[in-house]
Write a protein that binds this ligand. Structure first.
Ligand SMILES: NC(=O)c1ccc[n+]([C@@H]2O[C@H](COP(=O)([O-])OP(=O)(O)OC[C@H]3O[C@@H](n4cnc5c(N)ncnc54)[C@H](OP(=O)(O)O)[C@@H]3O)[C@@H](O)[C@H]2O)c1
Length: 301
């Protein structure tokens, strides 16, 4: 468990739900909770909050879990002027949270994030809305996602509440050492997404290929051979190596899978990567993230 500034615990292995459809969400959430996940990550743009709500409701009756046992994160999509997507003002951010709660059929969220720093002229107004949502009890904690050092500094300089979390793309090919060091200094907890990018087959099913940067083709050159060696050494899968690396770095991780066997495998991380291999992984950083088709959103102006 990772304690944030307000002492609400975020379980370190969360279940990612991007590209899980609303239709598939109930049974997938049910499997994840049955296996032991107690942290679910969604967003208004994933369009699966209704299905997640149904899966949660079903799990509360089937298993001995209560609402308070599960940590649920959602995110407001802030808009993006350069994509022609309407910018959300203060009121629209409040409404977005209310709408997520209604779709999820919940009274409160455990964490609410601004999905990306896309709205230069409205970022502070959007952050103030999240601060007020927390005051009203609609979310226990608040944070940001894809924010760089300068985006967070903007909030700090204004004297506003510091985000409790920053959810960012982090895996051996995208390690963001300066941002990680800044976040640690500011006591902002780090949530890593897309941990499995270096795997062959990552997001390669039909309809998933577009949801990643074309740079993947260039950076994927050496594929995952070092992870194949480590996988044989520790007797675990390459996916488990990538996820365990995230945990050993002190990050919360959010593996997504639609396959029950993989959902189970991704939760079974009781081994240790030794220092030599952790050091080798440090040398694999290739720079920016690849999980967004238009480039790493933390580079937004
Ligand atoms: N804040 C943001 O901007 C942002 C951006 C991206 C992601 N996220 C969050 O982070 C979560 C995780 O990131 P992600 O969905 O990008 O990708 P991920 O969890 O790194 O990887 C998912 C991909 O890996 C495959 N996979 C999963 N487990 C596997 C295993 N054990 N062996 C082999 N392949 C495996 C999945 O296929 P199958 O489903 O077929 O198993 C899928 O193609 C998201 O779902 C979302 O909640 C947030």
């Amino acid at each position: 468990m990772i304690k944030n500034n307000t002492s609400i615990a975020m379980p370190t292995i969360g279940f990612g739900t991007y590209l899980i459809s609303d239709e598939d969400a109930p049974k997938t959430i049910n499997s994840a909770i049955k296996i032991g996940y107690r942290h679910i990550d969604t967003a208004e743009v994933y369009r699966n909050e209704v299905g997640i709500g149904l899966g949660l409701k079903d799990s509360f009756t089937q298993f001995s879990v209560k609402r308070d046992d599960i940590f649920i994160t959602s995110k407001v999509f802030p808009g993006n002027p350069s994509w022609g997507r309407e910018v959300k003002n203060y009121k629209m951010c409040i409404e977005a949270c209310d709408n997520s709660l209604e779709r999820l059929n919940l009274d409160y969220l455990d964490c609410y994030l601004i999905h990306a720093p896309f709205c230069k002229d409205h970022r502070l107004e959007q952050w103030k809305a999240l601060c007020d949502l927390k005051k009203e009890g609609k979310t226990k904690t608040i944070g940001v996602s894809n924010y760089s050092q300068s985006h967070i500094q903007e909030i700090i300089s204004e004297g506003l509440e510091i985000p409790e979390f920053n959810q960012i793309e982090l895996h051996p090919w995208c390690q963001k050492p300066e941002l990680v060091s800044f976040l640690r200094k500011k006591n902002i907890k780090i949530v890593a997404y897309s941990s499995l990018v270096p795997l062959e087959g990552w997001r390669e099913k039909p309809n998933q290929d577009s949801a990643k940067s074309l740079d993947m083709k260039e950076i994927g050159g050496d594929k995952s051979s070092p992870f194949k060696r480590m996988s044989a050494k520790y007797g675990v899968s390459e996916a488990q190596i990538l996820l365990k690396w995230g945990l050993q770095m002190g990050y919360v991780i959010l593996p997504k899978s639609s396959d029950e066997g993989r959902i189970r495998e991704n939760f079974d991380l009781s081994f240790e990567i030794d220092n030599t291999d952790m050091k080798e992984i440090t040398t694999m950083d290739k720079g920016d993230g690849v999980a967004w088709p238009n480039g790493d959103p933390s580079n937004a102006e």
